[in-house]
Ligand binder design. Structure first.
Ligand code: 13P
Ligand code: SF4
Length: 339
């Protein structure tokens, strides 16, 4: 079967995208509903000499099949170390791109090429380039939630778990442009006390939490609040602990509290419940109680069926021009060496 290779999240309205969705639909229809998908995925991983990397925001059934489960940094580190012939990335597009940039000669497949990210989508290479040109003396620090093209325009990449350490280590003589998450950026400015110009991007999931309801829930349950730094400042100011998904999990593993409110995508609760079955874990409420808006619509595109198909057919693949791979690798390698 011909594999589909795409370098960017697909444009929603063109023939390539329509062809991709049609092909995916046909392949999904070809899956026998009686198939034991978990067993097939395990079998295909061995047959294809593949490694499955999964983010904590994936559904529990996908997390349970992963060879490496982690936050953005841990998954980039696992991608850097692997000697598998195939990397299957159960996360979102920019994460799989990072794995490909670190493994230009390996096959990298994703369950659904349309699993994007509001942060990455909101910062185009052209706009970032113009921002850079307007600030020629600045160094560019980009959150890993951005496209390969934006990475190639950056001096260094950070994730939520290493951003503080890396920004503290940057030369003092050049001011900083920070893209694309204004909430993570504002939190860093407050924590480190170093001014940065912030790109006005945000995560659709982490901006939906409701401060008033969180405060009320916290008081009612005498609960601890743990929050991801992609949340807005008015939510973060009530947090007892702020950190990456892995850091939030570590905190929950050791907390003395009896009830914890978790302000991030609830996929992480799968591991939190497993680590602390004695704890009451509550999802932080959003503004609209009728909407499960705290579920990342991109992460949740990945299903067991699509994961099985990506291994069976080795498509869709992440592909990029060699020149882009080489340029985007520089700031990622810099991040890995500073982590
Ligand atoms: P981390 O995995 O670094 O905690 O980031 C969360 C996130 O938003 C991933 O898209
Ligand atoms: Fe992007 Fe937010 Fe989804 Fe993470 S949770 S992948 S930042 S949209």
């Amino acid at each position: 079967m011909e594999h589909i290779a795409v370098s960017l999240p697909l444009l929603k309205d063109d023939d390539v995208h329509r062809g991709y969705r049609r092909d995916l639909g046909e392949r999904l229809a070809s899956v026998d509903p009686r198939l034991d998908l978990e067993a097939e995925i395990r079998r295909l991983k061995v047959e294809r000499k593949a490694v499955l990397l999964a983010h904590y925001y994936q559904d529990g059934e996908i997390q349970d099949l992963a060879d490496h489960l982690g936050d953005s940094l841990q998954l980039a580190q696992a991608a850097k170390k692997t000697d598998a012939e195939v990397i299957v990335f159960a996360g979102v597009h920019f994460m799989a791109e990072t794995a490909k940039i670190l493994n230009p000669d390996r096959i990298v497949v994703v369950p659904d090429m349309d699993a994007g990210c509001s942060l990455a989508d909101g910062c185009t290479p052209a706009a970032l380039s113009a921002w850079k040109q307007a600030h020629p003396t600045h160094q560019v620090v980009s959150y890993i939630n951005c496209s390969a093209e934006v990475k190639a325009l950056s001096d260094v990449i950070v994730t939520s778990s290493n951003a503080e350490k890396i920004v503290r280590a940057l030369p003092e003589d050049r001011p900083i442009l920070f893209a694309p998450d204004r909430n993570l950026g504002a939190w860093l400015v407050q924590k480190i006390g170093r001014p940065m110009d912030l790109w006005p991007g945000a995560c659709v999931v982490h901006e939906m939490f409701d401060e008033r309801q969180i405060v009320q829930l916290k008081e009612r349950h005498h609960a601890e609040l743990v929050a991801h730094p992609e949340c807005e400042a008015h939510v973060l100011r009530h947090a007892d602990f702020i950190g990456s998904t892995t850091a939030l999990l570590r905190r929950v593993e050791t907390t003395q509290a009896k009830t914890v409110i978790v302000a991030t995508e609830p996929g992480i609760l799968h591991q939190m419940r497993r680590a602390r079955p004695d704890l009451e874990l509550l999802e932080a409420p959003g503004e609209d109680p009728s909407c499960k808006c705290n579920l990342c619509p991109h992460m949740k595109r990945n299903t067991l069926e699509k994961l099985y198909l990506s291994l069976r057919d080795l498509t869709p693949r992440i592909e990029m021009p060699r020149d882009l791979l080489d340029r985007a690798r520089v700031p990622i390698e810099r991040m890995l060496s500073l982590s």
